[in-house]
Design a protein around this ligand. Structure first.
Ligand SMILES: C[S@@+](CC[C@H](N)C(=O)[O-])C[C@H]1O[C@@H](n2cnc3c(N)ncnc32)[C@H](O)[C@@H]1O
Length: 201
């Protein structure tokens, strides 16, 4: 519990600064979702959940697509920024942690995503999150995350964040393979990828 609180506390402290990058993040996520739509048929997607939604940039892209959008995060301050940045949009934000069972029915979403959340969590909590994503989605699960290609500035940021980045990049492929029937990796840029996972073929 202490590790979780420390991580959430960090995001509570930096939420105001994090929100400065909302528009830039949104542009990146628009490209990511376009790439997803070129790789997978997402024409039937209607309900989506973004876990660790932060200030809500990815939720904003989903809402623009017309999806009924839900975002959860364990940081009240990040969620406060998310609500401010997405005023008037059809998005339900909720305070919740992947350390607990999430307040959504099994198979209740067409797409469950998490962007740049998994690498910050210790392995047992990360696996708990993956299992929750598997439970809540009716098939499609998408991570937007770092890949194995390192850059010195990312190493420094991740060392300072004290998450699990250095283990994550080594083990994420095996972790996802152990849970999902298929995992497709599509590069977004030099250091991050879409990890497109399915629970049914
Ligand atoms: C690097 S930020 C990414 C935020 C957002 N997904 C984005 O792409 O901008 C990681 C987010 O994960 C959230 N988070 C960390 N631990 C969590 C937990 N146990 N449950 C839910 N969210 C968590 C943090 O509060 C933070 O908002």
């Amino acid at each position: 519990m202490e590790v979780i609180d420390k991580h959430t506390g960090l995001f509570d402290r930096i939420a105001n600064i994090y929100a400065w990058f909302f528009d830039r993040q949104k542009k990146g996520y628009e490209i990511a979702i376009k790439k997803l739509s070129e790789t997978e048929d997402i024409s039937e997607v209607k309900r989506v959940l973004d876990i660790g939604c932060g200030t809500g940039a990815l939720c904003s892209v989903y809402a623009k697509q017309g999806y009924k959008t839900f975002g959860i995060d364990s940081s009240a301050k990040m969620l406060a920024q998310a609500k401010k940045k997405n005023t008037g949009k059809n998005i339900e934000f909720q305070l919740a942690s992947v350390a607990d069972d999430l307040p959504f029915e099994s198979n209740s979403m067409d797409l469950v995503s998490a962007s740049f959340v998994a690498h910050g969590l210790p392995r047992d909590l990360r696996m708990k999150m993956f299992r929750e994503m598997h439970r809540i989605s009716n098939n499609l699960i998408v991570l937007i995350e770092f890949n194995q290609h390192r850059r010195w500035y990312i190493d420094i940021i991740e060392w300072a964040e004290q998450g699990d980045y250095f283990n994550f990049i080594k083990s994420v492929d095996l972790e996802l393979d152990s849970l999902f029937v298929s995992v497709k990796k599509v590069d977004l840029n030099a250091t991050s990828s879409l990890y497109i996972c399915k629970k049914i073929r």
